[in-house]
Design a protein around this ligand. Structure first.
Ligand code: HEC
Length: 315
């Protein structure tokens, strides 16, 4: 295989690498063993070439048009072996354990011009299934310290949110789903069910979204009358809050609370963070309003909630 083709092979193998973080090592300025067009998949002696895990590698390779052949450690170590190859793949999971002889041979292989692809933490265990202290014995070969299990213990791996443009997600091969966060803002102006769909990306079915909306609440006709009958006896002047017609809206929407600053009295679309809603619902920010033994009927509390959800309009 020619040098140029080797680069192509490594590029095509990239999806396989995504099974874990991969390290590709290639010695610059050296010549790969000539005449070989085969990549070797290095396997422990006790692994049968027909096990499903091995077949997965071979099938994926042949789908990409690559010639990958499995080989056992003992054949790779055999000094008389005449095997020539464009490179050796060290698969994670299938090849966890390695003795020092094999590790030494891998160093030698690369030093003499061989190409080695180390997938994630392949060969990081010794023969007893223990991680060697410190880091992977292949760290120096790979050129980066990794498998620092002593140092990071349980924090070695962490699930975390991955965000990016859909193009970037496609490029790195992360399928959408739990990894793609979509914020949908639903702001209906009339009642009823409102279906809509989110286009995730080429080749991926749209995600359906359904929301049910209540009729648009009117501030003047629905909300202000609540204040008139239950609140204006105390507001003004209590808490610097004037709930009389004409001034109430300006006292509430995006207005910092006097008693609970920096909280806002009404945050449009967000009842949970609105002091007004939480106080009439009795779910926070001091005592329930209206002050006294009688809370507002649930239907009126819901009206205020819907008014906020619909954007707290001055309509
Ligand atoms: C009997 C008097 C009384 C009535 C009636 C009353 N409130 Fe209050 N309100 C108070 C007092 C006193 C406070 C200050 C103590 C507190 O924050 O709980 C207050 C505080 C508030 C606050 C906090 C304002 C801020 O920024 O600190 C809001 C919001 C509020 N009331 C809304 C209402 C609403 C809405 C009604 C009617 C449904 C109402 N109140 C009825 C006495 C009253």
């Amino acid at each position: 295989m020619k040098k140029g083709k080797m680069y192509v092979c490594i590029a095509v193998l990239a999806p396989l690498l995504l099974l874990g973080v991969g390290y590709v090592h290639r010695l610059e300025g050296t010549t790969p063993v000539s005449g070989a067009d085969t990549l070797l998949l290095l396997l422990p002696d006790d692994i049968d070439f027909n096990t499903p895990a091995v077949r997965q590698w071979l099938d994926a390779a042949s789908e990409e048009g690559l010639h990958v052949e499995p080989i056992h450690d003992s054949d790779f170590l055999d000094p008389l072996s005449t095997t020539h190859a464009a490179g050796v793949i060290l698969p994670d999971q299938i090849h966890r354990n390695a003795n020092d002889v094999l590790i030494g041979q891998l160093y030698r292989y690369v030093r003499t011009g061989g190409n080695l692809m180390v997938v994630y933490d392949a060969c990081t265990w010794d023969l007893n299934g223990h991680f060697p202290p410190g880091d992977s014995r292949l760290s120096t070969l790979v050129g980066v310290r990794y498998a620092l299990y002593d140092l990071y213990t349980a924090a070695t791996m962490e699930r975390t949110r991955v965000t990016g443009t859909s193009a970037a997600m496609r490029d790195i091969g992360i399928p959408p789903g739990s990894s793609v966060v979509v914020n949908v803002s639903f702001n209906p102006q009339t009642g009823g069910a409102k279906p809509c769909a989110i286009a995730v990306g080429p080749g991926i079915p749209d995600v359906g979204v359904t929301g049910s909306a209540t009729a648009l609440v009117s501030y003047a006709a629905d909300i202000q009358p609540i204040f008139n009958s239950s609140c204006t006896s105390c507001h003004p002047p209590q808490s610097g809050l004037d709930l009389t017609p004409g001034v109430s809206y300006g006292n509430l929407v995006n207005h910092v609370s006097l008693g609970y600053a920096p909280a806002i009295r009404v945050v449009p679309n967000d009842p949970t963070n609105s002091v007004l809603y939480r106080k009439i619902a009795g779910t926070g920010f001091g005592g329930r309003m209206p002050e006294g033994p009688n809370p507002l009927p649930q239907v009126l509390i819901d009206k205020v909630r819907n008014w906020i959800l619909q954007g707290a309009l001055n309509n």
